[in-house]
Design a protein around this ligand. Structure first.
Ligand code: ADP
Ligand code: ZN
Length: 723
C-alpha cells in the first residue's frame, strides 16, 4: 500500500504536484521533502490537498515516489495558513512564499561543519584593482567563497585567485552551537508612570495568548523600546518565542547592544547579511523553539517559529517593510496576519504611525497605547523652517547662513550635528558644460549619480557603474564636466570647507554596508569621534546619541517631488524621525528645515508639531480620493526588453480588463521609470473599492491571458512605489 501526498515544490512556475509516499516513509502536512522533478531533485513541502487544488490530477499508478524527507520539524499549521494568505492576497505563487519559510537550502542540509574563508592579511604580489577592492571590502569578514565574492562585488574567480595567492585562507567551522538564553531579570529599567501603564497592558496581552494588534504610539525618545521589551520579557518567562522586526539591517547592531543590556545576551539575528552557516544555525534554532528572541529584517517574518508568543514591528511606519521584488508583500501587514494565525499579540511601534495603521485604531481593530512625552529630562527639540527663497545659501553652496551659524555654535559647544539629505553620492546629475551632454544610465531612465569617494558614476537603479571620465564622451572636451545638485558627499565637502577642523562622517548605504560598519559608526559617535554626520535616511531612525543636539534637513522638499500619494505623509514621517535624533539626552535639541515652501501644510505641521491636524487633513484627502486605506490600489507592470512587446501586452491587459462595479483601471502609460535594468516598462493602475475582492478579479483577468515569455507581468497589491 502506498499513499499520495500533495507537495508544493520550490519552483514558482509550478503549481502543487502529487507524489507517491513510499512504504516506510512518514509524512504529514508541513513535512519538508525531497521530490523528483524531471531529472532533478527539488525541496518541497507537503500540503493538505483540499487547501491547495491541483489542476492536473494524476492517477495513482503514474505518480513518482518522493525521494526522502528532510530532518526538520514540519511547517506548523499557522505558518501554512500564512503562506496561503500571503499567496492569495499578494497574488504570488504559493511556492514562492513557501520558499521564504525555508529561507536557505543550507539550513536544511545535514552537515555540522563548513569550510569558510577569511583574509590572512598577506598582500598578494599582483594587486589588481579588483583584488584590492575585494580585500578592502572583505575586511575581517568570513564566509563561503560565494558570500565573500558578493560582499566584495567581484567574481568568485577573484576570490579563488586570492586563495591561491595566500591572501585568503580556508577555515573549518562548527555550526549549530546552541544560543544563550535571554534573562528577563537581567537589567530591567525603572519605568516611568506612562511607560509602566503601557508596559503592563502589553505584558497582559502576552500572558493572554491571544491575537491582539496594538499600536504603541510614542514620540521619539519616549522609551518605546524599553516598554515593548517588557512584553518580550514576559514572553521569555513563558518560554514562548518573540520576533522583533526592524526596517533596516543597519539598525540591527544598535538593537543587539540594547537587547544585551536588558537581557544579558544577544538575540538571534536574521538578515540578508548572514553567512550561510549562521543562517542554518538560526533557522534550526528558530524551528526547534530554542531561539527565544529573533530580531530581523522583513524576511524573518516567514521563518518557522515553533511557538510564537509575540511579534513586534519597530518603526512600523517605515516603507522599507514593503518588499518590492519577488513576492511583493508588506511585512507590517503580514506580521499582523501572522499574529492572527498564531494567536499572539502584535505590537506596532512608531512615533509617526502610518495613516493605514491609525485608521485601524480608529475602527477599533487595533488597540492604541500612547507615550506622549520623552523619557527623563529630555525635551522635544525646537523646530524652525529656513525659507530658502528669503535666506538662500551662498552661490554654489547648499547650507543657508542660519544653518551654518547653528553648526558653528554646536561645534563650539562640543556637541554633535546631523545634516540629513536623502541622496547618496556627490551629485545626482553630471553634464558637459561645452555640449550639454548628460550622463544617463544605458539600462534605465535615470541619471548616473557621481560618487566622488569611489570616483565613479553609478546608476542607483540597476547598479551600472563607470569610472568618472575626464573628457566628455560626446564632444571630447576635457575637464568640461560639471556636477549638478547635491548629494551627501557634496554636503560633506561643503562642511569640510566651512569647518576644516571638524570631524565629519558620511553615512549612507555606501559607507555603512554591513552591521559591523554600523557598529563602528555608533562607536565613533559615542566616543565623540565625529562632530558632524551627513547622512541619508539611514540615520533618521533608531539611533540614540545623547550629545547630538542639532539636526539640519538640507532639502525638505525633495520627498514631495513626484505625485506619490504618500509623498506628504512620508516627508512628515521622515523629517519627524530625523528631528527625533536631536536632543535625546539632557541637552536641548534644535532642528532647522530648509525648504522653498515653508507655508506648505506639511512644513507647518512639522514646525508647530501639530501632528494630529496634519494627519486629519491627510486622512480626509485620502478619504475623498478613495485612496488607501479607504480604497485599494494594485499596480500591474508589464515589462520587456522589447518596447513594442511591452506596449502591446500592456494594451492587451488593459483591453481585457473586466467591467466590475467599484473598480476602475487606468493606463497603460509608460512608467515614470520607463526603462529599468534594460527592460521597457508600462504601468496600469487598478483602483478598487475596499470591499471588492480585487485580487480575485485580477487573478481571473490575468489568468485568462497569454503573453510571450519575453514579456513579464507583475502585480503589486497595495503598492508603495509608483515608479
Ligand atoms: P524610542 O524608541 O521611543 O525613541 P527609546 O526606547 O530609544 O525611545 O528610549 C530613549 C532613551 O531613553 C534610550 O536611551 C532609553 O534607554 C532611555 N530610556 C527610556 N525609558 C527609560 C527608563 N524607564 N529607564 C531608563 N532609561 C530609559
Ligand atoms: Zn541603470
Amino acid at each position: 500500500m502506498s499513499s499520495r501526498a500533495r507537495v508544493l515544490v520550490l519552483n514558482s512556475a509550478l503549481g502543487p504536484l502529487d507524489y507517491r509516499v513510499p512504504a516506510g516513509m512518514a509524512v504529514e502536512p508541513g513535512s519538508v521533502v525531497i521530490a523528483p522533478l524531471g531529472p532533478r531533485q527539488l525541496l518541497g513541502v507537503v500540503w493538505e490537498p483540499e487547501r491547495l487544488p491541483s489542476d492536473a490530477e494524476v492517477g495513482d499508478n503514474r505518480l513518482r515516489p518522493l525521494l526522502g524527507t528532510v530532518d526538520v520539524p514540519p511547517l506548523a499549521a499557522p505558518l501554512r495558513r500564512l503562506v496561503e494568505w500571503t499567496a492569495d492576497y499578494y497574488l504570488a505563487p504559493p511556492a514562492a512564499v513557501v520558499r521564504m519559510t525555508l529561507a536557505s537550502t543550507s539550513a536544511l542540509e545535514g552537515s555540522r561543519t563548513a569550510t569558510e574563508y577569511r583574509a590572512t592579511g598577506i598582500v598578494p604580489p599582483r594587486l589588481t584593482p579588483q583584488r584590492e577592492q575585494a580585500l578592502e571590502r572583505i575586511g575581517d569578514r568570513q564566509g563561503l567563497i560565494r558570500e565573500l565574492a558578493t560582499a566584495a562585488d567581484v567574481s568568485d574567480a577573484v576570490i579563488r585567485g586570492l586563495v591561491k595567492a595566500g591572501a585568503i585562507e580556508a577555515v573549518e567551522v562548527a555550526i549549530d552551537s546552541p544560543y544563550p538564553h535571554p534573562d528577563p531579570a537581567f537589567g530591567p529599567p525603572q519605568l516611568a508612570g506612562e511607560q509602566q501603564a503601557a508596559a503592563a497592558t502589553l505584558v497582559e496581552g502576552v500572558a493572554a495568548h491571544a491575537f491582539r494588534p496594538t499600536l504603541l504610539d510614542g514620540v521619539t525618545g519616549s522609551g518605546k523600546t524599553e516598554v515593548y521589551f517588557e512584553a518580550v520579557a514576559e514572553a521569555i518567562r513563558q518560554g514562548r518565542q518573540c520576533l522583533v522586526l526592524l526596517p533596516e539591517i543597519a539598525l540591527t547592531e544598535p538593537f543587539l547592544k540594547r537587547f544585551h543590556d536588558r537581557f544579558g545576551c544577544e538575540p538571534v539575528a536574521w538578515h540578508s547579511g548572514l553567512r550561510s552557516t549562521q543562517r542554518r544555525r538560526a533557522w534550526r534554532a528558530i524551528a526547534n523553539g530554542e531561539a527565544l528572541v529573533t530580531v530581523g529584517a522583513r524576511s524573518a517574518l516567514f521563518l518557522p517559529y515553533r511557538n510564537l508568543g509575540l511579534i513586534v514591528v519597530d518603526e512600523a511606519h517605515e516603507t522599507s517593510f514593503k518588499q518590492e521584488e519577488g513576492v511583493h508583500y508588506h511585512a507590517r501587514d503580514v506580521a499582523v496576519m501572522r499574529g492572527k494565525f498564531e494567536g499572539c499579540p502584535v505590537i506596532l511601534a512608531s512615533a509617526t504611525p502610518a495613516i493605514e495603521t491609525r485608521q485601524q485604531v480608529a475602527l477599533g481593530r487595533y488597540a492604541e497605547l500612547k507615550l506622549p512625552g520623552r523619557y527623563g529630562a529630555a525635551e522635544m527639540p525646537t523646530i524652525e523652517a529656513i525659507d530658502l527663497i528669503q535666506q538662500p545659501p551662498e552661490r554654489g553652496r547648499w547650507l543657508a547662513p542660519k544653518l551654518v551659524t547653528a553648526l558653528e555654535e554646536t561645534l563650539a559647544k562640543g556637541e554633535q550635528s546631523l545634516l540629513f539629505l536623502n541622496r547618496r553620492g556627490y551629485a545626482p546629475l553630471t553634464l558637459c558644460r561645452t555640449c550639454g551632454h548628460r550622463f544617463q544610465c544605458p539600462n534605465c531612465t535615470a541619471w548616473m549619480v557621481e560618487h566622488r569617494l569611489t570616483r565613479r558614476l553609478a546608476c542607483h537603479h540597476c547598479g551600472h557603474v563607470l569610472p568618472t571620465p575626464r573628457a566628455c564622451p560626446e564632444c571630447k572636451e576635457e575637464d568640461s564636466l560639471v556636477a549638478c545638485g547635491p548629494g551627501v558627499e557634496r554636503i560633506a565637502d561643503e562642511v569640510t570647507a566651512l569647518f576644516p577642523e571638524a570631524k565629519t562622517a558620511v553615512v549612507t548605504s555606501d559607507t555603512i554596508w554591513s552591521p559591523a560598519k554600523a557598529a563602528e559608526f555608533v562607536g565613533r559617535m559615542e566616543a565623540g569621534d565625529i562632530d558632524i554626520v551627513v547622512g541619508t535616511q539611514l540615520v533618521t531612525k533608531g539611533y540614540h546619541f545623547p550629545n547630538l543636539t542639532l539636526v539640519g534637513v538640507v532639502d525638505a522638499d525633495l520627498g514631495l517631488e513626484g505625485g506619490d500619494l504618500r509623498a506628504a505623509e512620508r516627508t512628515f514621517q521622515q523629517i519627524r524621525q530625523v528631528s527625533g535624533r536631536a536632543g535625546r539626552g539632557a541637552k536641548p535639541g534644535h532642528v532647522f528645515i530648509q525648504t522653498h515652501s515653508p507655508k506648505a501644510q506639511v512644513m507647518q505641521a512639522l514646525v508647530t508639531g501639530d501632528a494630529d491636524a496634519f494627519y486629519e487633513a491627510e486622512t480626509e484627502a485620502r478619504r475623498d480620493a478613495g485612496a488607501p486605506p479607504f480604497g485599494r490600489y494594485a499596480a500591474i507592470v508589464v515589462s520587456s526588453e522589447e518596447q513594442a512587446c511591452a506596449n502591446e501586452i500592456a494594451r492587451l491587459v488593459a483591453r481585457s480588463a473586466p467591467q466590475v462595479d467599484g473598480m476602475a483601471v487606468y493606463g497603460p502609460a509608460p512608467a515614470p521609470l520607463a526603462m529599468l535594468r534594460g527592460r521597457h516598462r508600462y504601468r496600469l493602475l487598478v483602483h478598487a473599492r475596499r470591499a471588492l475582492d480585487v485580487q480575485d478579479v485580477i487573478r481571473d483577468w490575468l489568468g485568462a491571458l497569454d503573453w510571450p515569455a519575453k514579456a513579464r507581468v507583475t502585480v503589486d497589491v497595495d503598492p508603495y512605489n509608483f515608479l
